[in-house]
Ligand binder design. Structure first.
Ligand code: XUL
Length: 544
């Protein structure tokens, strides 16, 4: 029985497509267009342009072409595109796309015989888009934060402190540096609302999930906050799309896609959202007490949140959840690209990497790394720098274990504000296929780790969101828990158990790690004493 729903995820390095058959509980098709490989003409590295002074952009036309390649893949694989009932999507959060006055008109007069890329060349008022990896807006962050009454007040208004990668600071910087181009901008989209606008052939709203990552939306009223708009740039409200609920049906797919790829004109479009809100659904976190980790270009730790509360220290974020509730999140820039830096430095394979994790002891003989290969969000680090305690950069085994332990110790440390005490943690993202990495996570958190066969949880979450809105629209409401449990169990989910032997060791190592961070970043006391005690307690007489 055909009951097809499509989920897309326009992430940092690739665009993923997942087609599911909800009634038969099948993942019918998955595909990934990796920008660097499939679209080399854009010259991106890991999907981005890394300029100096922390400026990181990407190319919106590249995302458009990736969308076209994804749809061509559906056609080439002979899939029943005309039977797809609804589509939703996901995208890397925070990045901004700047469109000029041609945008509206061009979208309304698209010719299905000509590629989108060809027809969309003239719509941008800014050729490239700052993305979430950008860390060049500290000045603007400070200005906006001050205008909103300081740290706590900014958090209470927008759900987060001002962050370099957030859309508001990006927009303010553009306005300050190129006011002419800013005033020539008719509309500013997020990556998610930009792509959904293409499918809709008109400006699509921004959903509450992704909207919360802008420092512009009031996290309580879920409307644009006039104080935040004023603090950011003039006339901003008229340059922003409307806001909408994440489960809103925003319209039908436009005739361009019907004619060109054979979609049914009845296909419903559900608002797109950010990759993290989508992943929340894609790993089934639709109720209290559940926590997820996504190991991708960014590593994130997140949780469903029924009642709104904040991290008033300012490290974490509150976003809207696709269910209409909230989610808490912390995000790391030093995710997969930092792991790759170590792998590539020693010229080893991922198998070698795993072998080393197996061969080296938890606690790493007291070797501790603070791995800021890129500017870091949590803790706040602007200048990339690697700190090593008790070893050097040439110690292959020490470095491999140290980076993985650092990533999860830091997550455990900085997620303390997320007030959920889960029995198990759900892990997704590219690196979740590496069982040895997950074993380290299980031991450090002292929790069971559940991992799913499909690691593309953002695209899957998008497909599931389209199912929910479609059936709600028909008046045949299905509960979230039913929707996720229908598709997730078929993924032979696996559980990785923590070893009880390391509970105390990692509780002690967390304190060592905390001291190393405080010492390096906040002029705290020297951690050598506590580190030596740790070594004495766990590694006395053990040969390195
Ligand atoms: C979340 C964040 C990243 C991006 C890219 O706040 O910045 O997770 O969404 O994945």
């Amino acid at each position: 029985m055909s009951d097809l729903f499509l989920g897309l995820d326009c992430s940092t390095q690739s665009l993923t497509t997942i087609l599911i058959n909800f009634k038969s509980k099948e993942i019918v098709f998955t595909n990934r267009v990796i920008y660097d490989n499939a679209l080399p003409q854009y010259n991106t590295k890991n999907g981005a342009y890394f300029f100096k002074n922390g400026v990181v952009h990407s190319n919106p036309l590249m995302w458009v072409e990736a969308l076209e390649l994804s749809f061509e893949n559906l056609v080439d694989n002979g899939l029943a595109i005309e039977e797809i009932k609804a589509i939703s999507g996901s995208a890397q959060q925070h990045g901004t796309v700047y469109l000029n006055k041609n945008f509206k008109e061009v979208l309304q007069s698209l010719d299905s015989k000509i590629s989108l890329r060809e027809q969309l060349k003239t719509i941008f008022s800014r050729e490239t888009s700052p993305i979430w990896m950008d860390s060049s807006t500290s000045k603007q962050c400070e200005e906006i934060r001050n205008a909103l009454g300081g740290l706590k007040s900014t958090i209470r208004i927008t759900g987060s402190n001002t962050f370099e990668r957030f859309s508001g600071p990006q927009i303010r910087k553009f306005y300050q540096e190129d006011p002419n181009a800013y005033f020539k901008t008719s509309i500013i989209h997020l990556v998610s609302s930009f792509i959904s606008s293409l499918l809709l052939a008109k400006n699509s709203p921004i959903d509450h999930g992704d909207g919360a990552g802008m420092n512009l939306m009031n996290i309580k009223s879920k409307e644009w906050d006039h104080r935040a708009l004023e603090a950011t740039a003039p006339n901003l409200k008229e340059k922003l799309p409307l806001l909408c609920k994440s489960y809103e049906i925003i319209g039908n797919i436009s005739p361009y896609f019907v004619d060109r790829y054979d979609f049914s004109p009845e296909t419903l479009l559900v608002a797109w959202s950010g990759d993290n809100p989508n992943s929340l659904i894609g790993i089934g976190l639709t109720e209290k007490g559940k926590v997820g980790i996504s190991l991708g270009t960014s590593d994130t730790y997140f949780s469903y949140m029924k009642d709104l509360y904040f991290d008033l220290k300012g490290e974490g974020h509150v976003f809207g959840a696709p269910t209409g509730d909230y989610m808490g999140l912390i995000c790391y820039k030093n995710g997969s690209l930092a792991r790759e830096k170590i792998k590539d430095k020693f010229n080893i394979t991922w198998e070698d990497f795993s072998d080393i994790l197996n061969q080296t002891p938890p606690g790493n003989y007291g070797k501790v790394m603070l791995p800021y290969f890129f500017p870091e969000i949590v803790p706040y680090v602007l200048e990339p720098k690697i700190y090593r305690f008790g070893f050097d950069e040439n110690d292959l085994k020490g470095n491999v274990r140290a980076i993985i332990e650092a990533q999860f110790l830091s997550m455990r440390l900085h997620s303390e504000w997320i007030n959920e005490k889960p029995k198990e943690i759900y892990v997704t993202g590219g690196a979740s296929i590496n069982r040895e990495i997950l074993q380290v996570a299980a031991n450090i958190f002292n929790k069971k780790i559940r991992v799913f066969e499909i690691s593309d949880s953002a695209a899957l979450g998008a497909a599931l969101r389209s199912v929910k809105s479609y059936y709600d629209f028909l008046g045949e409401e299905i509960k979230w828990s039913k929707i996720v449990s229908r598709i997730l169990p078929i993924q032979r989910s696996e559980v990785i158990k923590p070893s009880r032997n390391y509970k105390e060791l990692y509780a002690d190592m967390l304190e060592v790690y905390r001291k190393c961070e405080d010492f390096s970043l906040k002029n705290g006391e020297n951690p050598e004493k506590i580190r030596k005690e740790f070594i004495k307690k766990y590694f006395k007489n053990k040969k390195k």
